[in-house]
Write a protein that binds this ligand. Structure first.
Ligand code: G6P
Length: 619
């Protein structure tokens, strides 16, 4: 997920683009860049147009500093702030990308799944690539075609070759008064001002300049000139007029896309984020998974007999789900460790052990120390990390990126579910290297593909969850209880509630209730049960009865169609049915919303809870 801006109009393009980038910085902030079309009046007699491309690693501030040294008057340009997906943050990998013939510059948001094939083809045709990104192929592909074709023809022919997800914006000095852009699965919006047009990955970049917008649809392109815009099909045919909409968002609301908080936005982003996590990785026919980041260690992984999963906070809860998944379906023994414990423990690791660390940020000090400790012992280390190029991603031997996009709210939501998707994919990968049948591989993968749609159906029911949450917002303590796959979800639910609402919450394995915690139960101490229709359903029912007998209030999360538990508890919430190993990816969603609505009912600063930091880079 990156930020894109394009400008054509009477204002100074550099200023508008930089301002737009600053507003989009929440979408990605590891590097940025700008391409400006040199104005006609600055040209020599030869009438040659050229593009000035300037890039910088780090926040948009760094690019601004560089630009302040060479101000370039221009009225057409494109810009980008990057959240790396392929290749570490560096100037070479930053956008805009250019082709080696100097025909074109592009900015891209999304993932080009077939970039390796396209790159090989273009290399054979003599092109030299300078970056490690998937995006550069778009520029090289357009440039290659522009040797014999116009900018427009080359752009539209290139779209036909791209697979994956993209919003792409391009400019060319050969056709200097034009911007071409296209959208396939990644957002793109056009701001329509007075004799000026701004293209952006979301409205926050343009609300300063105009409140009139046209949402570019999927499979749609747009052609901009100083005189106007035209919506096109991917075959470059003009489409009919589209209604211009009027925005009612302030710029702060725009960043959150209309949601009251980043946390809520990130919860609602999950269907999209998880689609990105699985994109290009599922080989359904083979019942197999393609994990490019593991290709260098594939053979080593075949011989692994033990895995240690290491993480902190939410990442540790995900690890616990991973333990159930990998042990049950890949048949490898798994241990889960807190990173801060693992680093000081005498662990029995050997050459057949892999240490897999999970970290959204890739910078958590204890988790990083665990990687270093495991490497010192000569053990294979892998990372499941969201931030590309982060320290953990760089120091582990190999790994898998979450591709969930930046997470801004301190309380982790989409990072957690994307970690679970990665763990499920890894389970199939390891399982298929061992005893897992083709049929089982296919079954799990097919079900994984349905999850974004099922999550969406839970989100569509958010109002009901809000109503239940608000009933419980005044209590001062709460238990979250689950068994087997949903025991770690109970832990994660309790973390969510305490970190943003400051209500004392404990996550428990339901079976543990009677061994001490039940002493707490009375009418002022509610319990939230995960009582799904899985292999431990009956055992969960027993726990509910124990609490009810002590006058404790009960809420249950059940599988759609449940009759028994629904009748027993005070309040009930539902999720759709899925494979037992995948239930945590659905069951955590109502818990995220439950905590969110309680915290907002209590008027708390949901995105920045007291005493907490997004990334803990000290021991
Ligand atoms: C902090 C955050 C948590 C997060 C944990 C691990 O405590 O507040 O939300 O789960 O760090 O972070 P990581 O970036 O390593 O996943």
């Amino acid at each position: 997920m990156c930020g894109i801006v394009g400008y054509i109009g009477k204002k100074d393009a550099q200023e508008v683009l930089l301002e737009g980038l600053k507003r989009l910085e929440y979408r990605g902030y590891d590097s940025s860049g700008i391409a400006l079309m040199k104005d006609k009046e600055d040209l020599s007699e030869k009438k040659q147009f050229f593009l000035k491309v300037i890039k910088a690693v780090g926040k948009v501030m760094c690019l601004e500093e560089k630009l302040s040294k060479e101000k370039l008057s221009s009225h057409i340009g494109i810009a980008h702030t990057r959240w790396a997906t392929h290749g570490k943050p560096s100037e070479k990998n930053a956008h805009p990308h250019q082709d080696d013939g100097g025909y074109v510059a592009i900015v891209h948001n999304g993932i080009i799944e077939n970039y390796k094939e396209l790159k090989e083809k273009l290399e054979k045709r003599g092109h030299t690539f300078v970056s490690e990104t998937d995006s550069e192929v778009i520029a090289q592909c357009i440039g290659d075609k522009m040797k014999t074709k116009s900018f427009e023809e080359a752009f539209f022919l290139t779209l036909k070759e791209l697979r994956g997800a993209y919003a792409v914006v391009a400019v060319s000095p050969s056709d200097p008064e034009k911007i071409l852009a296209a959208r396939f699965s990644s957002p793109l919006v056009l701001g329509v001002g007075k004799e000026e047009y701004i293209l952006a990955s979301d409205v926050s970049a343009l609300v300063e300049y105009t409140d009139k917008v046209v949402y570019i649809e999927d499979n749609e392109a747009v052609l901009l000139t100083p005189q106007g815009y035209s919506l096109r099909t991917f075959s470059n045919r003009a489409k009919g007029e589209r209604k211009i909409e009027t925005l009612e968002w302030s710029s702060d609301q725009a960043k959150k896309e209309g949601f009251a908080h980043y946390m809520l936005k990130e919860i609602f982003q999950q269907p999209h984020a998880l689609t990105d996590t699985m994109r290009g990785r599922i080989l359904l026919e083979e019942g197999m998974v393609r994990l490019g980041g593991l290709s260098s260690v594939e053979k080593k992984l075949r011989n692994i007999t033990k895995i240690v999963l290491v993480g902190c906070g939410t990442a540790r809860c995900a690890s616990l789900v991973g333990e159930y998944m990998i042990e049950e379906y890949a048949g490898i023994s798994v241990e889960v460790e807190y990173a801060h414990e693992f680093r000081y423990k005498k662990s029995l690791l050997d050459k057949k052990t892999a240490v897999i660390v999970l970290s959204q940020s890739g910078e958590t000090a204890d988790t990083l120390a665990s990687v270093r400790e495991a490497k010192r012992k000569g053990v294979l280390t892998l990372g499941i990390v969201n931030v590309v190029g982060s320290t953990i991603a760089r120091e582990t031997d190999a790994g898998i990126y979450n591709h969930a996009g930046p997470e801004i709210a301190v309380a982790s939501t989409k990072a957690f579910t994307s970690q679970l998707i990665v763990l499920a994919l890894l389970t199939v990968y390891l399982g298929r290297q061992r005893g897992m049948s083709l049929v089982m591989g296919k079954r799990i993968l097919r079900e994984i593909q349905t999850l974004p749609r099922k999550i969406q159906s839970i989100l569509d029911d958010a109002k009901k969850i809000k109503k239940v949450a608000e009933k419980y917002s005044a209590f001062e303590s709460m238990f979250f209880l689950g068994r087997k796959y949903n025991y770690p979800v109970a832990l994660e639910g309790s973390i969510k509630l305490k970190e943003i609402s400051y209500i004392h919450a404990e996550g428990l394995a339901t079976g543990e209730l009677k061994h001490g915690p039940i002493a707490m139960i009375d009418k002022n101490f509610p319990s939230f049960f995960l009582a799904l229709n899985d292999s431990v359903y009956e055992k969960s029912v027993t726990g509910i009865e124990e609490v009810k007998a002590r006058s404790g209030k009960t809420i249950a999360l059940v599988t759609k169609g449940d009759k028994k538990v629904s009748k027993m508890v005070d309040d009930v919430l539902e999720i759709p049915k899925t494979l037992e190993m995948l239930t945590p990816i659905l069951s955590v969603i109502p818990l995220q919303l439950f905590s969110y609505y309680i915290a907002s009912k209590r008027n708390l600063d949901v995105d920045k809870p007291r005493n907490l930091a997004k990334s803990v880079t000290v021991e």
